[in-house]
Design a binder for this molecule. Structure first.
Ligand SMILES: CC(=O)N[C@@H](CCC[C@H](N)C(=O)O)C(=O)O
Length: 383
C-alpha cells in the first residue's frame, strides 16, 4: 500500500506537532516505526541501533542484491518556540521542526511505502538518522557500525528549502553545502565595581574585541573568490549595568566550502582568541568543534546521473542551484559513501530555523514522486 497524499499530510502534521531535539527523538522513532510496521512487510527488514536508540534502518529487498542504494532522512528538531500560527503547531513548548525535518521524514515514508509494495530492482536502505542539528548524528551512526552489514554503495538525501518553489528539486554537481565548525568561547577575568575599572578586568570589553576581530577573518584572511562565514550568534556577559563582568560566553559557527579553508579559518579564530586573552590579561577557553559537519561534496558521476534524470522528467521542476553555507552532517556520510544531496523547495517567506517557517506541503507529494522515480531508475540501472 503506497501512502496516499492525505495520509502523508496527516503524518506530516503529527510529526510537526511533536518535535524532539537531537538524540531525544524517542517518540518520533516510535511513531515512524508504527507507520513502517503498517506497510506491507514482504520486502522489508527493520533494524534498531543499540548505540543510537532513536535511529531506525529499513532495508527493502530488491529483485537483485547486486547493489544497495541508501536514502537518508534526519529526524530531529530545534529549540525554537514556534510562531507560525498553524492549527497543527508544535505542542512541545520551545521545540519546533523549524528546519523542516518533518517534511524530510514524511517524504522518506512516502517513498518507502511505494517500494514496500513495488519491489525495487535492487536493494534499498532507508536511514532514519537522529541529531542532524548537533552531535553529528550521521557520523555517530556510521561510527556505531550499524551500517556495516547494510553499507550502501551510494547514498542520497534531501534538505528542504523555503527560498525555492514548492516541490522543485534543486542540485548542483559539486559542493552543495559548507563544512561548519562550532565556536564556543569562555573569557574569564576579574569582576568588580563599575566605578573602579582599573581594579577589574572587563570581559564585556574582551568579548567585544573578540567579536570585532573575528569579523576580519573572512574579510582579511580568506580568498575572496572562495568566501566563508564567521557568525557569532550568542553572546552572554555580566549581570547588571554597574558591575564589571568577570565572565563572557560566546557561541558561533565557522563555515566554508572547502575543508582546507575551514581549518585555515579555525586557526585564525584560535589566534584571535589567544591575542585577545593576551591583550586584555584574561583567560580564554576556546572550543572549536567540527564533528561530522564536513562540506557536502556531491559525487560527480552519481550527481550527473541524478541531474540528467531530473531534467528529463516533464513533471519535475528541476533547478540547477548554487552552493550554500548551510551545514549538514550528511557531509560526513557522503565523505564515506559516494552520493548526492539536493534541495526540495518548500516555498516559505521565512528562512530555515525561523520560528515562522511554514513549508508549503505541496512539496511532499512532488518530492515523493520525483525521488521515487529516480530511485526506480537508479535501481534498474544497478540491478
Ligand atoms: C541544515 C542546517 O541548518 N544545518 C545546520 C547544521 C548545524 C551545524 C553545526 N551545529 C554548527 O552550528 O556549525 C546549520 O546550522 O547549517
Amino acid at each position: 500500500m503506497t501512502l496516499a497524499n492525505e495520509e502523508l499530510l496527516t503524518i506530516y502534521r503529527h510529526l510537526h506537532q511533536f518535535p524532539e531535539l537531537g538524540l531525544e527523538e524517542f517518540k518520533t522513532h516510535d511513531y515512524l516505526l508504527t507507520i513502517i510496521q503498517q506497510l506491507p512487510q514482504d520486502y522489508l527488514q527493520i533494524k534498531e541501533v543499540d548505540a543510537l536508540p532513536t535511529a531506525l534502518l529499513v532495508k527493502v529487498s530488491g529483485k537483485s542484491h547486486k547493489r544497495l542504494i541508501g536514502y537518508r532522512t534526519d529526524i530531529d528538531a530545534l529549540p525554537v518556540k514556534e510562531k507560525t500560527g498553524l492549527p497543527f503547531s508544535s505542542k512541545i513548548d520551545g521545540k519546533m521542526h523549524a528546519c523542516g525535518h518533518d517534511i524530510h521524514m514524511t517524504v522518506a515514508l512516502g517513498i518507502l511505502s511505494y517500494f514496500a509494495s513495488n519491489q525495487p530492482d535492487t536493494d534499498l536502505v532507508f536511514i532514519f538518522q537522529p541529531s542532524e542539528e548537533n552531535h553529528s548524528g550521521g557520523m555517530l551512526l556510521y561510527q556505531s557500525g550499524a551500517l556495516d552489514e547494510w553499507m550502501p554503495d551510494e547514498i542520497y538525501a534531501l534538505h528542504d528549502n523555503p527560498q525555492l518553489p514548492a516541490g522543485a528539486i534543486c542540485c548542483l554537481n559539486g559542493t552543495l553545502f559548507a563544512g561548519t565548525c562550532e565556536i564556543h568561547a569562555d573569557f574569564n577575568g576579574k569582576s568588580g565595581h563599575a566605578a573602579y575599572p582599573h581594579n577589574a578586568n572587563d570581559m564585556v570589553v574582551a568579548a567585544s574585541a573578540f567579536v570585532m576581530q573575528t569579523q576580519t577573518v573572512v574579510s582579511r584572511n580568506v580568498d575572496p573568490i572562495e568566501g566563508g562565514v564567521v557568525t557569532l550568534g550568542h553572546l552572554n556577559a555580566g549581570d547588571t549595568g554597574n558591575v564589571i563582568a568577570g565572565h563572557a560566553h560566546i557561541d558561533g559557527t565557522i563555515r566554508s566550502l572547502t575543508q582546507k579553508n575551514n581549518w585555515h579559518m579555525q586557526q585564525r579564530v584560535r589566534a584571535i582568541a589567544q591575542g585577545v586573552a593576551l591583550t586584555y590579561g584574561c583567560e580564554v577557553a576556546l572550543e572549536l568543534h567540527q564533528g561530522g559537519y564536513l562540506p557536502v561534496e556531491n559525487d560527480p558521476d552519481i550527481t550527473a546521473d541524478f541531474i540528467s534524470y531530473m531534467e528529463s522528467q516533464v513533471d519535475v521542476n528541476f533547478i540547477e542551484t548554487k552552493p550554500a553555507m548551510t551545514g549538514e552532517d550528511f557531509g560526513y556520510l557522503i565523505s564515506k559513501i559516494p552520493g548526492t544531496m539536493f534541495w526540495l523547495g518548500v516555498d516559505s517567506p521565512y528562512s530555515l530555523h525561523s520560528e515562522k517557517m511554514a513549508p508549503n506541503t505541496d512539496a511532499i507529494v512532488a518530492g515523493v514522486s520525483a525521488i521515487t522515480g529516480y530511485l526506480k531508475h537508479r535501481s534498474a540501472q544497478q540491478s
